[in-house]
Design a protein around this ligand. Structure first.
Ligand code: SF4
Length: 249
């Protein structure tokens, strides 16, 4: 779409976008079918149909956003990160205030069509958390919106208005959660990095999962079923930083 000068997706270009989307789903699912050789073809067909339905809703939402926002960078990398990246990716990692060096890749960076300011999007395919409304760093578990926005600001030297989580599937309810980038949210992001940094410099990296975190974690077979009980027996003072961070929205 970008190469054919058909961005942003708007009502006027929606039909071309839907054609491009269907072609992409056919191409990618065809390749994946060859590679994975699914055992039950009916299940495969239903799942691909479900992915296609979600993407069609997503592209219609793009057409609404496209009146204001122009998609500018796709999978924009900063620092050496594996995978297919935007050709304009930054080779070097970015350094934030306090000397924190970040590397990563951002799903989407858009430019406001009148102000020229940027916003950063992190696409989520899972379920939306129940309590998301006030989330900035989510107790240290939601770092992309703020830190990626800061990385773009530092790396591209452009004004960034916000980072957002976009739960872009029916499972996530096509819900958008924008977080403005301002002094308060920047400080919240840096604070999380400071807590991690202190733990590293003190060499204190004990397993201390949040309540119920183990239930959703693939490493339970490695850690065992009673991490919570073991953590409760440890001196709690060194965990105070972490406990405090987990209370932050
Ligand atoms: S299972 Fe292990 S790695 Fe996973 S959350 Fe629990 S303590 Fe952490």
């Amino acid at each position: 779409m970008e190469a054919r000068a058909l961005l942003p997706v708007t009502a006027a270009t929606l039909e071309s976008a839907i054609d491009a989307l269907n072609d992409a789903v056919d191409r990618v699912s065809g390749l994946a079918f060859e590679t994975l050789a699914p055992a039950v073809e009916r299940v495969w067909i239903d799942e691909i149909a479900s992915v296609r339905r979600d993407l069609l809703v997503w592209v219609q939402q793009l057409a609404t956003a496209g009146e204001q926002w122009l998609p500018k960078y796709f999978e924009l990398g900063f620092g050496p990160v594996p995978g297919e990246r935007d050709a304009r990716s930054l080779h070097d990692e970015v350094t934030l205030e306090g000397g924190f060096r970040l590397r990563g890749a951002i799903d989407l960076v858009e430019e406001h069509r009148t102000t020229g300011e940027l916003r950063v999007t992190d696409h989520k395919t899972g379920r939306r958390p129940d309590r998301l409304d006030r989330t900035i760093v989510g107790g240290g578990t939601v770092l992309q919106p703020v830190l990626y926005a800061m990385a773009v600001e530092a790396g591209l030297q452009r004004k960034v208005t916000s980072g957002r989580l976009f739960y872009c599937t029916s499972v996530g309810g096509f819900h958008e959660h924008p977080i403005p980038l301002n002094d308060m949210t920047r400080e919240a992001g840096l604070d999380v990095l400071r807590v991690i940094d202190r733990s590293l410099s003190e060499g204190f990296l004990a397993a201390a999962p949040a309540p119920a975190a183990c239930e959703r974690c693939d490493f339970q077979a490695v850690c065992g079923p009673d991490v919570g009980r073991r953590v409760a027996r440890k001196p709690q003072d060194p965990l105070a930083d972490l406990t405090e961070m987990r209370r932050r929205p």
